[in-house]
Design a binder for this molecule. Structure first.
Ligand code: 3H9
Length: 694
């Protein structure tokens, strides 16, 4: 019986099955909420039905509220009302779980009287990642099943957890040996779990059951538990409202009667939902999806199964690990057998470390290692589908590698370079297949960082772009397609950001003031601490090999001064800071050296406020982002924001630099940039013509 556009009720063996079909992720859109409510009413009044099952079609049980509806006027029935009806159903309700049971979908499952899950099912309350807290009883019910500590950890991190690790939550586990063998979904999973749930529901139909809200809160906790979480998250999730609100709501679950605590949860949820932070994070969620979606859906008959990585340095080994972790067979290529052996040894060492830190099981480690082999003979690459070159950043070296590959690899093989700034069109000329030459710019550490800039050169075919975008997506990366231009999008913008940090040093701001201003604004790390960590000499050398378009004596003068005094950053124990036993301390010598250069250029030291620092660095990003849009190197603002959120530690609750510029009012942003142009008289502050329409 059709209950709404997306929900059916079928009766099987005396069990009423409320069947949801709302692709792609069975989100709780209005028609799903209305359908489930209608199904409950009908099942409770139908004497042929003794118990109820809620199950879903497709790859997953309900993965949450429909995020698209958050910006619209809420329509009845609201989710809390639907879940109230489930909890108070006279006939027991069983949730049939598979896939990723998230947010409102997990709250629905928690509101049921029983849960049946198939192997591989994951549950989670990821609302904090959208600047929200669970708004339909999640903060109240989860601690009643898994205890306060686990609930605090799951809700404030938003991380998914396997149902296998939550035995108190699941009433029956359905085994499927194939789960977890690869990343592909199992089309019949929903039928298996649904079938098992019907049998379970029939068997337990007459058992006495405790409504979930009547369960006691388990586990040990006291007032300190909540205060210590507040302190911990004030550091870890600095500046964010939602994690703190989540703690308040969970604490209320331990102090107030269920209905009062539920009302408080709702109030906190609505405040979060209507906050700028949540708007920014919801925007970021869709920006990331849009960055890859066009390519993920396009037809592409190139299937990447085997990969070769050229170069066993830090980037090369990280890239090899990233591929092997996703099930690709990887050949690591080096100039000699000895270099190969030591590259493979470094990889083995990395895996051992991940295993020792509890980040992967022995079996996962062995499985990944079994996929990686090494060679120094290009002749062994004849059947490889994708080659990723991560060799020395020199055009002549890259061209030699690509022409050697061209001579041995099969015609369909795609050649990607991990270059950070070299011209990929020029690299492509060294092959007979320029349409299959592309950039795959990973960020260090490549097996951890999610961002991959997929660089489409002028000659690259759409098919090669699709194949690489889809491969990166399958690796769990966030791929963004960009065009060719020095530094592509991320590093090009980072140069503008770093340039202003350098200018501010000449104007009298200290490294620690600049870094702490940016960190308190939300950046994961300040620009000068980052520079010390990655090595100040790297960009110094690049500036000498490829002189910047700006012929200005102050351009990166502070960084150049550090390098010329042998202060290369962490690796030499001094840079913008001093490092003793790995600990960073302020170093007045750095400022003294910079002050001498400032005086030489006639730049007067002045007092700069934290707000001026934040404003200047962020406006530099925005203007450079708009320049890249103007040149067509970035497709749109969403792509730029996705790059900054996933590669540079930009605070998600600010949405990304371009979103932030729009949310702060584009006219204010333009005025700010014009002001800096007038004040500094520097060409790089010339406002981009694209700013009006970013
Ligand atoms: C919540 O529940 C609040 C409640 O506590 C309280 C309410 C009162 N809504 O990621 P994919 C789309 S907050 C709308 O590529 P995958 C997505 O945009 C919500 N659309 O697939 C994409 O569209 P397109 C808490 C959604 O297999 C398509 O589905 N839940 C939603 O790699 C496929 O997505 C979450 O935060 C949604 N909730 O991963 C879960 N979710 O094809 C967020 C996805 O047009 N979702 N779409 O580009 C996810 O984490 C992943 O999508 C998931 C599937 C793991 C489910």
């Amino acid at each position: 019986m059709l209950l709404s556009d997306t929900v059916n009720l079928v009766i099987e063996n005396g069990v009423g099955v409320i069947w949801v079909n709302n692709p792609p992720v069975n989100a709780l859109s209005h028609s799903v909420r209305a359908g489930i409510l209608a199904g409950l009413e009908q099942a409770n009044t139908n004497s042929d039905i003794s118990a109820i099952v809620i199950g879903c079609d497709g790859n997953t049980f309900i993965a949450g509220a429909d995020i698209k509806e958050f910006g619209e006027a809420p329509k009845e029935p609201h989710l809390p009302d639907v879940l109230h009806a489930i909890r108070n159903s006279a006939k027991p309700v069983t949730a049939a779980l598979h896939g990723t049971v998230l947010g409102g979908g997990f709250e629905l499952a928690l509101s049921c009287h029983y849960r049946v899950a198939i192997t591989g099912t994951k549950v989670g309350l990821p609302e904090v990642k959208l600047g929200l807290i669970p708004g339909a009883s999640g903060t109240q019910l989860l601690p009643r099943y898994v205890g306060v500590e686990t609930a605090l950890s799951m809700i404030t991190s938003g991380k998914m957890v396997s149902t296998a690790s939550l035995p108190d939550l699941i009433d029956m586990q359905v085994d499927d040996d194939r789960a977890g063998q690869n990343n592909s979904p199992f089309p019949e999973h929903e039928h298996l779990v649904n079938h098992a749930s019907i049998i379970f529901a029939k068997r337990t139909a007459n058992d006495a059951f405790v409504p979930p809200d009547k369960r006691d809160i388990s586990g040990s906790f006291d007032e300190d538990t909540f205060d210590s979480w507040r302190k911990k998250l004030a550091k870890k999730a600095k500046g964010q409202l939602a994690p703190q609100s989540a703690i308040d709501a969970i604490e209320a679950a331990t102090q107030l009667p269920f209905n009062e605590a539920l009302a408080l949860e709702r109030t906190l949820f609505v405040a979060c939902r209507d906050s700028e932070q949540s708007r920014a994070m919801r925007y970021a969620f869709f920006a990331e999806k849009h960055a890859a979606s066009g390519y993920a859906k396009s037809t592409c008959d190139v299937h990447i199964r085997s990969v070769a990585v050229i170069g066993a340095g830090t980037m090369g080994t990280g890239i090899a690990i990233a591929f092997a972790n996703s099930g690709y067979s990887v050949t690591l290529v080096e100039n000699s057998e000895e270099m190969c052996v030591s590259g493979l040894e470094r990889i083995r060492h990395q895996y051992q470390k991940m295993h020792d830190q509890g980040r992967m099981s022995e079996a996962q480690k062995d499985q990944a290692l079994s996929l990686i082999s090494g060679t120094s003979d290009y002749g062994n690459l004849a059947d490889i589908d994708l080659v990723v070159e991560a060799a020395f950043e020199k055009m002549s070296v890259k061209k030699m590698i690509f022409s050697s590959l061209d001579a041995v690899c099969k015609p369909s093989a795609i050649f990607a370079t991990n270059t950070s700034y070299l011209d990929i069109d020029e690299i492509a000329t060294s092959t007979t297949r320029p349409e299959q030459v592309i950039g795959m710019h990973f960020f260090s550490p490549a097996n951890v960082m999610k961002l991959v800039e997929v660089v489409k050169a002028r000659s690259t075919s759409e098919q090669a772009v699709s194949a690489v975008m889809q491969t990166a997506k399958r690796m769990g990366k966030v791929p963004v397609c960009v065009g060719v231009g020095f530094g592509f999008v991320g590093n090009r913008m980072y140069a503008a950001y770093g340039r202003e940090a350098n200018m501010l040093l000449l104007e009298g701001a200290s490294p620690e003031q600049i870094d702490s201003a940016m960190e308190s604004w939300g950046m994961a790390m300040g620009p000068l601490a980052v520079n010390d960590m990655s090595g100040i000499d790297i960009a110094y050398k690049a500036r000498r090999e490829y002189p910047p378009i700006y012929d200005d004596p102050a351009y990166f003068l502070a960084a150049d001064t550090m390098v010329e005094h042998g202060r290369l950053g962490r690796k030499t124990g001094v840079g913008f800071y001093r490092y003793e036993n790995g600990k960073k301390t302020n170093d007045p010598t750095a400022m003294a050296l910079i002050a001498i250069e400032a005086e030489r250029l006639g730049i007067e030291a002045r007092k700069v406020s934290d707000e001026q620092i934040q404003n200047r660095l962020v406006l530099a990003l925005v203007n450079e982002g708009a320049n890249l849009l103007e040149k067509g190197i970035a497709r749109n603002s969403e792509d730029i924001d996705t790059i900054w959120l996933n590669g540079y530690g930009f605070p998600r609750f600010r949405g990304g630099p371009m979103y932030y510029a729009k949310a702060s009012g584009i006219n204010n942003t333009i005025e700010g940039i014009k002001y800096l142009y007038r004040e500094t008289n520097k060409n790089w502050w010339l406002p981009s013509e694209k700013l009006e329409t970013i």
